[in-house]
Design a protein around this ligand. Structure first.
Ligand code: FDA
Length: 407
């Protein structure tokens, strides 16, 4: 039983790759251990799938090699994906920050990909568990043997599209990393990303009454020569376990990158509670005012948040009773509230995985391993992690598409 191509993982990247390869006339087998295909697509974007973003550049991704994703992203763009949706009359719309969503439901994207695979003659097998992968001599172009609970197949090209570790209950598995290691392909250690942050007990206790309160803010992680810097103006949500909301999820990926430099002391994130405003100037202009600081802050922040935040900083006093030094400290904390997370809420709550198959081992044009001809890695299993906002799906489509042209 032989195929030209076997794709392991029928998520976003795997289905795109299989459909492209099939459309080129390749005989393709697409395997997944899940019963239903594209579960991660189905639950994404609140059920509407934020399938891409109007503006996608390499700057929207984190990787040990930030340039790696350029080639694939340039060759399969958001416009290419939109063109596919429109060809099948799938309605979509744009939201803030250029985020592109399905008008009706994420199921439209799954149906489109499954239909594209079926039209291209791709043989789908799910649920199907892979038990072992063996390298063959490559004689007659047959390079791999894949053992599954449904039988044994051989192929010339093997595409690993098994995704990352986020949300294990949706079928995430370390399969791709293990397979890479089996073939001597290096893996950048995976870590949870786009993930809520846990807070130290004393900060958590002070903020607990605010659980459910959301603040429009700007989160910042200061980079350095080794570490990329991030800055996101969005909502910060206080939860009973720490901080969440889009601005926190975005900055969490940058904060987590410090895990790659364990020798350096961990640095905090900063939250600017009054983005675009000089808190020092504002408070100095009010220094003779008898109003309580929390009441003044309530003009710009949710009242409950202002109250608890001032209590945490021992600043719940009238402005005219605050010393110059107190005012300066308040202003500094308002424009750059330093928070050292106690950690993250882990893969169960993460949207994606940082790290993965080391891009230095892959061709950026084809996604094929430089040292293992015929072995390809696409999608989230690769060390390319996008921002929140449709960037991760765009990477899945683009990397799957380029591999689909070469397998
Ligand atoms: P994906 O995880 O989609 O697919 C991998 C497939 O491999 C799965 O079907 C899995 O069952 C299968 N598999 C795994 N191990 C296997 C094994 N051993 N054998 C056989 N099959 C195996 N991104 C975005 O751009 N916009 C958004 O709106 C969202 N929203 C979102 C919400 C939530 C809750 C999560 C968890 C994630 C998102 N994402 C997102 C991220 C996005 O879902 C993710 O980056 C892509 O699905 C990655 O696509 P892949 O095809 O690489 O992996």
């Amino acid at each position: 039983m032989s195929f030209d191509v076997i794709v392991i993982g029928a998520g976003a990247a795997g289905m795109m790759c299989a459909a492209e390869a099939g459309a080129r006339g390749r005989r393709v087998l697409l395997l997944d251990h899940a019963t239903k295909l594209g579960e991660r697509i189905r639950i994404s974007g609140g059920g509407r799938c934020n399938f891409s973003n109007r503006d996608v550049t390499a700057a929207n991704y984190l990787s040990r090699n930030p340039h790696f994703c350029r080639s694939a992203l340039a060759r399969f763009t958001p416009a290419d994906f939109i063109e596919r949706l429109e060809r099948r009359s799938v309605p979509w719309h744009e939201r803030k920050h250029g985020q592109l969503f399905c008008e009706r439901s994420a199921q439209d994207v799954i149906d489109m990909l499954v239909e594209a695979c079926d039209e291209a003659g791709v043989r789908r097998l799910h649920p199907c568990s892979v038990e072992a992968v063996k390298a063959l001599s490559g004689k007659d172009g047959v390079r791999f043997e894949v053992d599954t609970d449904h039988g044994r197949w051989r192929c010339a090209s093997l595409v690993v599209a098994s995704g990352g570790l986020a949300v294990p209950k949706l079928g995430a598995s370390p399969f791709g990393y293990r397979l890479a290691e089996q073939f001597g392909v290096p893996v950048v250690p995976p870590m949870a990303a786009l993930v809520p942050l846990a807070l130290p007990p004393e900060v958590l206790a002070a903020l607990k009454p605010l659980s459910g309160v959301s603040v429009a803010a700007e989160t910042v992680f200061d980079g350095d020569r080794k570490m990329p810097a991030g800055r996101f103006r969005e909502d910060v949500l206080v939860t009973h376990r720490g901080l969440s909301g889009p601005a926190i999820l975005q900055i969490s990926s940058y904060w987590q990158m410090q895990g790659y430099a364990p020798e350096a002391p961990r640095r905090p994130i900063r939250v600017d509670l009054l983005p675009g405003m000089d808190a020092g100037e504002w408070l100095t202009g009010q220094r003779h005012n008898k109003v309580l600081l929390p009441n003044l802050l309530a003009e710009r922040l949710p009242r409950r948040f202002a109250r608890e935040w001032c209590a945490l900083h021992d600043l719940d006093r009238p402005l005219n009773e605050l010393s110059k030094r107190d005012l300066a400290a308040a202003a500094e904390a308002l424009n750059g509230w330093e928070l050292m997370p106690a950690g993250t809420l882990g893969y169960a709550k993460a949207e994606v995985t940082l790290g993965g198959v080391d891009t230095r081992a892959l061709s950026s044009k084809t996604m094929e391993c430089k040292d293992v001809p015929g072995l390809f890695f696409v999608g989230e299993v690769v060390d390319v992690t996008g921002w929140l906002g449709g960037y991760n799906f765009q990477w899945a489509w683009a990397s799957g598409w380029v591999a689909g042209q070469f397998v």
